[in-house]
Design a protein around this ligand. Structure first.
Ligand SMILES: NC(=O)c1ccc[n+]([C@@H]2O[C@H](COP(=O)([O-])OP(=O)(O)OC[C@H]3O[C@@H](n4cnc5c(N)ncnc54)[C@H](OP(=O)(O)O)[C@@H]3O)[C@@H](O)[C@H]2O)c1
Length: 312
């Protein structure tokens, strides 16, 4: 990755030009850089940012030049000072939320929104229910711990060190398991009195996927939403029957934010959680944009906690 100068033009119909104040770093940027998710090259990475709208194209009515705004969006391109992009994924950022928090939370917070609110087992989730959330001390993870607490859920978090486990507990996880030193299947059984959890939110993928099936209650749901350790293996449907009529889904945020209306409704929910203080955005790493490669190395080596932003 290197910093280069490119010319940025005027927004076309349905587009806007935004001057970034901060950009979010996400694990999906790693998948795109390594080629796990294919994109044509050369590529400007980045799917999350916050800044000031400079110009809007024909047909854009929900934003105007001078507005504070933030987004999680395809196509990539957020690692920049300035970009032209589709306006439908961009929303007004409330004055009470800083640009840094806006840049850190849109992709990760909207993900937690659709996971906890909309990716639920048959019969839904009720206060007191157990869910398992892997990588609970990461960017998405620490938002999920707090959001789950606000919903009254008992979130069991896994993380790769005792310090990370403590962080998950400090942010609202009811229990935390160091899955590098403990067998998380045994521990979840113990914590839930043998019953298992209603949902596993698994973004680790390859290393955890099969064992995640072993901690579900009958009719439980495994939501595999990431591949931090590699892609989850193919599923033998017979295994789902044998383990208790289980459900598996592989959701992505981009289906949920496909329209401006759904994006705005989800963002309103997220902004409400943040402005009420129920969810605090924790930014543990800040890098100048020119050091994006270093930021990737840290994220991939499991050296980060909470959110990371790049400052253009
Ligand atoms: N499908 C969607 O809609 C969607 C949207 C947003 C994010 N995601 C996924 O959610 C996950 C979290 O995203 P994030 O940006 O907030 O990242 P993150 O959680 O801050 O970082 C990833 C974490 O995964 C854990 N991990 C476990 N095994 C790993 C391995 N072999 N290599 C690297 N990390 C490993 C590490 O935590 P420990 O050391 O504690 O294990 C690491 O800190 C990612 O998998 C991402 O792709 C999916």
């Amino acid at each position: 990755m290197k910093l280069v100068d490119l010319s940025v033009g005027e927004p076309g119909p349905g587009e806007l030009r935004i001057r970034h104040q901060a950009c979010g770093l996400n694990f999906i940027d790693v998948y795109q850089r390594t080629g796990l998710y294919n994109n044509p090259l050369p590529l400007t990475l980045g799917m999350e940012g916050a800044g000031i709208v400079e110009a809007v194209g024909e047909g854009v009515t929900h934003l105007k030049p001078g507005d504070r705004a933030a987004y999680a969006s395809q196509p990539p391109g957020a690692y920049s000072q300035l970009r032209v992009m589709p306006a439908k994924a961009v929303v007004k950022l409330p004055d009470a939320i800083s640009f840094e928090d806006g840049a850190a939370m849109m992709l990760k917070g909207l993900t937690v929104q659709y996971l906890l609110r909309k990716t639920q087992p048959v019969g839904g989730l009720q206060p007191g229910d157990f869910v398992l959330f892997h990588a609970a001390a990461g960017g998405v993870g620490l938002i999920a711990c707090q959001w789950a607490r606000a919903m009254g859920l008992q979130l069991i978090g896994t993380a790769g060190s005792d310090e990370k486990c403590q962080l998950a507990l400090d942010h609202g996880a009811s229990h935390a398991i160091n899955y590098r030193s403990e067998n998380f299947v045994d521990r979840v059984r113990q914590i839930t009195g043998g019953a298992g959890v209603k949902v596993v939110y698994d973004s680790v993928g390859k290393d955890t996927f099969e064992r995640s099936l072993d901690v579900l209650r009958p009719f439980g749901l495994l939501a595999n939403f990431g591949n931090a350790s590699g892609k989850a293996p193919p599923v033998d449907l017979g295994v789902l029957a044998a383990k208790g009529s289980l459900y598996v889904t592989r959701p992505t945020l981009f289906t949920h934010i496909a329209t401006r209306e759904s994006t705005q409704a989800m963002a309103d929910d997220l902004f409400g959680m943040v402005t009420s203080g129920a969810v605090k955005i924790r930014i543990d790493q800040r890098y100048p944009l020119a050091q994006a490669a270093e930021a990737h190395r840290e994220l991939e080596s499991r050296a980060t906690t909470g959110c990371t932003i790049l400052l253009p």
